[in-house]
Design a protein. Structure first.
Length: 496
């Protein structure tokens, strides 16, 4: 009848969409750029792989970049043990009296005190900067997390838009083609599962990401804040010349300095990881064919995607051409030709796809034709709403009401599909992923890397200053041991 070959268009498109665009198996393409870093899991042999978050060797080699902090922390801890042994030996007054540097220290009480005061002030300033940079890096990282999760939400909304459209098409076609409607139902269910999986990822991994971000932030905050309190306490105890308390403060500062060196190495690893991530994102943005991220991003092979959308364009293009031929046939039987300005729109249905070989989507290419969704309005004037078709044909009404209803369902179904075609194109070309990556690279990568670099620099400065400060405080304790001081005095009391 009016809708000829009605089983050609939609089933084929549904098959293409359900088996290709939303297939859970994604194509891995391109060659991954490689790193050359020592891998502790392979006896320090070079890791020559790419940016791979699923590869333990990548993580091990990246974490090993902070080895300077870990090694210095270990050496500093050993020095602490040696210091405790020395303190035990220095309880012998004869050893103290024969120490070769004792005479030198006896002449420089003011100099040693000023050094202790200077490094204490520097340590307080460095601690304050570390706290500020820790807060800043947390905010920057949180913004980056928000941008990434926002893109996931956008993907979910995009899939839901397609799902809702297919459910509507299923409802329209159910009375005329139950098998085809069932195909829409299966596809929409698969899309619904994809949407639920994204939401599950957001719910589950969102909390995990929050914990991963909060843990280093809290550790930095606690270590640096406690260290800051101990610095002030050590200075007060030094001025009060209460050495048992000062020795305890030095011991605690020694432990915290070890932790600060560990965090320094960890921050350097985070800085390198941020550079790796942003570099991989930038490479994907510039050339998705040859990127280390191509193995983890859910995108189709561009050649397969182009072929898929070309097949869809060809199918819809052919279907609308068939409709136009049928409309022209009916118009000719009614004595209507293209010279009739009032009915010229009836003679042509908008075909938004260009011809071969590309079948490109150009919705603005036919301003003088009616959209396929308005076809029922165009044929309503020649539709017979009575049961007597013979009477209707005499009055020029050639289409039965049943055929009109079928035409209405199929035309709206095709129009719904055309409405979501740009969204399908976005999904097939992975543009929602690429747009999200472009946003992250342009707006978040530089602040993210800068914040982590400044955090590492501030922690490194604090660690170095603490080493000098503790060394000076140990020297000061050794210098003042066995002498009598009044409170807040710098030099010892003269013997009577």
């Amino acid at each position: 009848m009016f809708i000829s070959n009605n089983g050609v268009l939609v089933p084929f498109v549904v098959f293409l969409v359900s088996t290709s665009v939303f297939s859970p198996t994604w194509v891995v393409f391109g060659e991954q750029s490689s790193f050359k870093r020592p891998d502790p899991l392979r006896h320090l042999k070079s890791y020559n792989g790419g940016y791979d978050l699923k590869n333990k060797h990548y993580w091990a080699s990246a974490a090993f970049t902070g080895v300077h902090g870990y090694v210095i922390a270990g050496v500093w801890l050993i020095c602490g043990l040696v210091f405790m042994i020395c303190i035990a030996f220095l309880k012998n007054s004869s050893i103290r009296s024969t120490c070769p540097i004792k005479d030198f220290l006896d002449r420089h009480f003011i100099s040693i005190f000023m050094l202790a005061l200077l490094f204490t002030i520097l340590a307080i300033v460095a601690s304050s900067l570390a706290l500020v940079e820790n807060q800043r890096s947390m905010k920057t990282t949180d913004k980056l997390k928000g941008a990434i999760l926002s893109q996931a939400q956008n993907a979910r909304r995009t899939i839901r838009k397609v799902t809702n459209a297919m459910r509507h098409m299923q409802y329209l076609l159910l009375p005329y083609d139950p098998a085809l409607a069932m195909s829409f139902n299966l596809t929409s269910r698969q899309l619904g599962k994809d949407s639920q999986n994204i939401q599950l990822f957001l719910d589950k991994n969102g909390r995990t990401i929050d914990r991963v971000l909060q843990t280093p932030y809290v550790v930095h905050l606690v270590v640096v804040a406690v260290n800051l309190v101990l610095l002030v306490s050590a200075l007060v105890l030094l001025l009060l010349h209460w050495y048992p308390g000062l020795v305890v403060a030095i011991f605690l500062c020694w432990i915290l300095t070890t932790l600060i060196w560990v965090l320094t190495g960890f921050d350097f690893f985070l800085h390198n990881f941020a550079k790796d991530t942003c570099s991989a994102l930038k490479d994907f943005q510039e050339n998705s064919h040859n990127s280390s991220l191509s193995s983890i991003l859910p995108c189709l092979d561009p050649e397969r995607s182009e072929k898929l959308m070309g097949q869809i364009g060809y199918t819809i293009h052919s279907f609308i051409n068939q409709l136009n031929s049928k409309v022209t046939e009916i118009a000719n039987s009614l004595g209507i030709d293209e010279q009739n300005d009032d009915l010229v729109g009836l003679l042509r249905i908008c075909n938004p796809f260009s011809g071969p070989p590309n079948y490109s989507y150009m919705p603005s290419s036919c301003s003088d034709a009616i959209p396929v969704g308005k076809l029922p309005e165009a044929i309503s004037g020649i539709t017979c709403y009575l049961n007597d078709m013979e009477t209707c044909r005499k009055s020029g009404k050639l289409i039965s009401r049943a055929s009109y209803n079928m035409a209405w369902a199929y035309s709206h179904c095709v129009q719904d599909f055309l409405d979501i075609y740009p969204t399908l194109l976005s999904l097939s070309e992975c543009s929602f992923v690429k747009d999200g990556i472009s946003d992250v690279v342009s707006q978040h990568c530089r602040p993210f890397k800068t914040a982590l670099r400044l955090l590492w620099a501030s922690m490194l400065s604090l660690a170095i200053v603490m080493v000098f400060l503790i060394t000076v405080l140990v020297t000061k304790v050794f210098q003042d041991r066995g002498r009598s001081f009044t409170k807040f005095a710098i030099t010892p009391c003269l013997p009577p």
